[in-house]
Design a protein around this ligand. Structure first.
Ligand SMILES: Nc1ncnc2c1ncn2[C@@H]1O[C@H](COP(=O)(O)OP(=O)(O)O)[C@@H](O)[C@H]1O
Ligand SMILES: [Mg+2]
Length: 398
């Protein structure tokens, strides 16, 4: 019966933290393998977009898909979109990385595309500051006349086709990963859709793989109506019971530690299958337990500690970003949606606050922009963070 060593605690709560065991995502991983294989063979294939609430594991899955692409010799790059930021620079850096990974044997072809990439990168967007001295770190001179028109759509199509051409030469592909894709600016979203559309018609070996909040499909289709045919949406959700158990057991067993079945019951009840919570409760439970097997009593002792940590780190850090008016809005949502955090209608929120709906639009829009709530369908609003309603109900506004 080994003693528990906190140094060997395998669990990893944290945004984008690689879990000790990526449980329950085999279907997504094998779907992606098929996509890579088909695209490398010039067959038509839709790209993947992962959607889901915060903490379900979109970022770590995206990273895993990227590793799969790298494993096949593809050139890859990744971007994390931010509101109010043009994609030009992040796309430049990501593609620079992708081109290097491709290891094209012919330096001349490589330099030609790098020159286009540099021109693309240096092309100022209208909103860029004049005195900006940013340099993309590409060692070849910028060419001119390609990917430097200033029109993102034209420039992306040209740049991505050149990059895909290099990949095709070596029988591979290029994959561009975009996390928090719902935050990509309107013009850039439509440029990306248009570029994907154009390149897939050419049979070029390039894909864009996105991840974002549940309303991302709506963002994309509002931008280009054909986006539904362009992307295959994979809803990333809670882990089912066997997967949640595996997420806990597999890493523990590598340390010769196990759980009593009742401990796993209690952990599933607490974490509700949400990967972030699985890691958070698992981590504290490990530290509280004196010996293996971990018991339900250990979980009972750990749960309030884990909850307190989540209240600060996971929920509180987000709540703190909201203004008083936005907090009031969210408390009203929580009252209406109940502990399950159901979506509520914006007009009901207005009624419960005794306000005209229009007067609440600024608070709601700003909450959407901050990524705290999303609108899955017109007139409806829901939290992006699982259990956020429950948290708010147990932490009433002062
Ligand atoms: N399939 C999984 N199995 C176990 N833990 C996971 C899994 N996916 C994610 N996690 C854990 O969940 C947490 C949140 O993951 P993250 O990718 O940041 O979520 P998201 O990007 O959806 O907000 C991390 O601590 C990560 O280790
Ligand atoms: Mg993420």
């Amino acid at each position: 019966m080994p003693d528990m060593d906190p140094v060997r605690n395998p669990y990893a709560p944290g945004a984008g933290q690689r879990p000790p065991e990526l449980a329950g995502r085999d279907d997504e991983l094998s779907a992606f393998d098929v996509v890579l294989e088909r695209i490398a063979h010039g067959r038509p294939e839709r790209s993947l977009v992962l959607t889901g609430l915060r903490g379900v594991g979109k970022t770590v899955l995206l990273n895993q898909l990227r590793s799969a692409a790298i494993g096949r010799g593809w050139g890859t790059g990744k971007i994390e979109a931010r509101p109010d930021q043009s994609l030009r620079r992040p796309v430049s850096s990501a593609l620079h990385m992708a081109l290097r990974e491709l290891r094209h044997p012919d330096q001349e072809s490589m330099d030609a595309v790098l020159g286009v990439l540099k021109a693309f990168a240096l092309r100022q967007t209208a909103d860029a500051k004049v005195r900006d001295r940013w340099q993309p770190g590409i060692d070849v001179p910028a060419t001119s006349g390609r990917a430097d028109s200033g029109d993102m759509e034209i420039d992306l199509v040209e740049l991505l086709s050149d990059a895909a051409g290099l990949a095709a030469d070596v029988g591979k592909g290029v994959a561009l990963f975009i996390d928090e894709m719902q935050d990509v600016q309107g013009d850039d979203v439509s440029a990306i859709c248009a570029a994907c559309h154009e390149l897939s018609q050419q049979g070029a070996p390039l894909i864009v793989v996105g991840a974002g909040l549940p309303h991302l499909p709506a963002v994309l289709s509002a931008s280009k109506s054909y986006s539904e045919r362009l992307f295959r949406y994979l809803r990333i959700d809670r882990l089912d019971r066997p997967a949640a158990d595996r997420a806990l057991l597999a890493p523990a067993e590598r340390e010769e530690v196990t759980f009593e079945p009742e401990a796993l019951d209690a952990l599933y009840a607490a974490a509700d299958g949400y990967p972030y919570f699985v890691q958070a409760y698992g981590k504290v439970t490990w530290d509280v337990a004196a010996a293996s097997p971990i018991t339900a009593a250990d979980v009972a002792m750990a749960a309030p500690v884990a909850e307190a940590e989540l209240a600060v780190g996971f929920f509180g850090s987000r709540y703190d970003r909201a203004t008083p008016a936005e907090r009031e809005y969210m408390h009203a949502m929580a009252e209406l949606g109940g502990p399950a955090g159901a979506a509520v209608s914006t007009s009901e929120v207005a009624v419960s606050l005794g306000r005209r709906p229009a007067s609440l639009s600024p608070a709601r829009d700003s909450l959407i922009k901050k990524g705290l709530v999303f609108s899955a369908e017109r007139g409806q609003i829901a939290f992006t963070v699982p259990h956020f309603g429950r948290y708010l109900l147990s932490h009433p506004a002062e």
